[in-house]
Design a protein around this ligand. Structure first.
Ligand SMILES: [Fe+2]
Ligand SMILES: [Fe+2]
Length: 231
């Protein structure tokens, strides 16, 4: 059955083909990364990794097969991000970290939520990741890192509108003022998340030539665009 997500599903399928054609970056060329950047990438790698089983279960219950199929491919892209970051770290002679408390809390909280709320929380991470990968892509001097960050950034820029589309549908029946309140709360959550990143990865951002204020401003601009798509 065709739904408003049929086009998104086709888009994700095209990306699968494009990835197969493009192949992987040349890991063998190695990467040179400062210790603080390694630590930041290890943290983001953990965040990208997950099987999305709970999210899929909720989507299935919502009953749009095309959306669920697109969501599966979205999760596969996130797992590919985790894999690429792992390979990049390996190319720099560094390993991954198994888990991190912030991620464990994040995963636990998301499981306890309904689809809409989980998507909103997920979108906080997506918007912040977009900002971080942009800073990494534009700021790193390492060619392999630049390539990987560019690929991740390109995916994240598609993910945000995809979730926005579903959120727009999810909030369609909600009265205008409530919807506005939800989006305001969401933007506040993004601001909070961006401040955590700035506190946690300040040294990395500085290395990348990204001032803290500029980083937060860029993330908030991204959040504003996303909120506009949901509204
Ligand atoms: Fe990602
Ligand atoms: Fe993403």
């Amino acid at each position: 059955m065709r739904t408003e997500f049929t086009g998104w599903l086709r888009g994700f399928e095209e990306e699968v083909r494009a990835r197969a054609v493009a192949g992987d970056p040349e890991w063998g060329r190695g990467a040179r990364l400062e210790p603080c950047v390694v630590r930041s990438l290890q943290r983001f790698q953990v965040g990208e990794d997950g099987d999305g089983a709970f999210l899929i279960g909720k989507a299935e219950r919502a009953g749009d097969a095309e959306y669920t199929a697109a969501l599966r491919l979205f999760i596969a892209e996130e797992q590919n991000h985790a894999r690429m970051l792992e390979r990049l770290l390996a190319a720099a002679g560094a390993g991954t970290i198994g888990t991190h408390w912030s991620d464990a809390i994040f995963v636990w909280a998301r499981r306890a939520m309904g689809l809409r709320l989980e998507l909103m929380v997920l979108m906080v991470a997506e918007v912040i990741a977009t900002g971080f990968y942009r800073a990494l892509h534009e700021g790193t001097r390492d060619p392999l890192t630049k390539e990987v960050a560019g690929r991740l950034l390109a995916d994240e820029r598609r993910h945000v509108p995809f979730h926005c589309r579903r959120m727009r549908q999810g909030l369609a029946g909600v009265p205008g003022p409530v919807r506005a309140g939800v989006l305001l709360a969401w933007r506040a959550a993004v601001a909070g998340g961006a401040l955590v990143i700035v506190a946690d990865h300040g040294r990395t951002l500085r290395r990348l030539g990204r001032g803290r204020v500029r980083f937060v401003r860029e993330v908030m601009a991204e959040a504003g665009t996303a909120a506009g798509m949901i509204q």
